[in-house]
Write a protein that binds this ligand. Structure first.
Ligand SMILES: [Zn+2]
Ligand SMILES: [Zn+2]
Length: 265
C-alpha cells in the first residue's frame, strides 16, 4: 500500500492522552507514521508551556513550533510584541499563534484585552515575517476586521479549525489566509462547513487534528491524536470526489510553502 505523507498542521503534543501509547509520545508519533502522518506543527497556547513544547521539538526534526498566547488564556504572562518577536527567533518556530478572538467564554464587552493581545500578535508576525495561526470562535466580524486593520495579509497564515460558511471562507482567503479543517468536517451535520471543503481552492487547503481535542469520526467523543488527521483528509477527499493521495499532496505542499519548511516533507 502506498501511504500518503500527511501533515498535522495544528496539534498540542504536550497535552495528548498517552495512555493508549504506553505513556510515550514516541509511540504516538510512531502510530501516526504508520497512518502516513509524518510532520507536526505543535501549537503554543501560553508562554508557561512554551519551554515544554520547545523541548519536544528539540528532539524531533519533524516537529515545528509556534509561539503565542491563546485568547482564552488569562492567568499567565501577557506577551508584549518584543517578547513574541524574541521567542520567534528560534529556528523551529515557524508561526505566531495561536491567537485571535473567542467570545464563547468571554463576552465581547469584557474582552478588550483579547483584541489588544491579538493586535500584538499580528504586529509580531509582521516584524518577523512569520504567518499567523488564527483561532476564531463566535467572533467572526471582529476577527476579520482586526486582521484587515492591522495588515495581517502581508504575512497571511491559517484560520485554524475553521467552522464557518462559504462567505466567511472567501473573506478569509481574500485576506491571504489558508483554511484548515479539523475533525468537525467529518460530522454529517456540519453541512455548511462541508460545503466549504467542497468548493474551496485546493491551494488554500490544510488539515489538522487540534488534538487532543475534537476527534474526527469514527473516533468522535474519544481523545484525539495526530494520527487521526488521516480521517480528516479522507473525508475531504470523499467530499471533493478525489483521492486521499491528491489531498495529501496538496495539503502537505501548501503547508511547506506557507510555513517555509526547509526540510521538505
Ligand atoms: Zn484554537
Ligand atoms: Zn489549538
Amino acid at each position: 500500500m502506498n501511504i500518503p505523507l500527511l501533515v498535522d498542521s495544528h496539534c498540542h503534543l504536550d497535552r495528548l492522552d498517552l495512555t493508549p501509547h504506553g505513556g510515550r509520545l514516541e509511540n504516538a508519533l510512531e502510530f501516526a507514521y504508520q497512518q502516513g502522518v509524518g510532520y507536526f506543527l505543535c501549537v503554543c497556547i501560553d508562554l508557561e508551556h512554551y519551554p515544554g513544547i520547545l523541548a519536544i521539538a528539540g528532539q524531533h526534526d519533524n516537529i515545528a513550533l509556534s509561539v503565542g498566547v491563546h485568547p482564552n488564556e488569562r492567568a499567565g504572562e501577557e506577551p508584549t510584541i518584543e517578547r513574541l518577536v524574541d521567542l520567534a527567533q528560534h529556528p523551529q518556530v515557524v508561526a505566531i499563534g495561536e491567537t485571535g478572538l473567542d467570545y464563547f467564554r468571554v463576552k465581547k464587552t469584557d474582552s478588550e484585552w483579547q483584541r489588544r493581545r491579538f493586535r500584538h500578535h499580528i504586529a509580531a508576525a509582521r516584524q518577523t515575517g512569520k504567518p499567523l495561526i488564527i483561532h476564531m470562535r463566535e467572533a467572526t466580524e471582529d476577527t476579520l476586521h482586526i486582521l484587515e486593520e492591522e495588515g495581517a495579509a502581508e504575512v497571511g497564515g491559517v484560520m485554524h479549525c475553521f467552522v464557518e460558511n462559504w462567505d466567511i471562507a472567501r473573506r478569509a482567503m481574500a485576506l491571504n489566509f489558508h483554511i484548515s479543517f479539523s475533525g468537525i468536517v467529518t460530522f454529517p451535520n456540519a453541512r455548511e462547513l462541508r460545503e466549504v471543503a467542497q468548493r474551496m481552492p485546493l491551494e488554500r487547503l490544510l488539515v489538522e487534528t487540534d488534538s487532543p481535542y475534537l476527534a474526527p469520526a469514527p473516533h468522535r467523543g474519544q481523545t484525539n491524536q495526530p494520527a487521526y488527521v488521516r480521517h480528516v483528509a479522507e473525508c475531504i477527499a470523499g467530499l471533493r470526489n478525489t483521492s486521499l493521495a491528491e489531498i495529501a499532496a496538496a495539503t502537505t505542499g501548501n503547508f511547506n510553502a506557507l510555513f517555509r519548511i526547509k526540510r521538505r516533507v
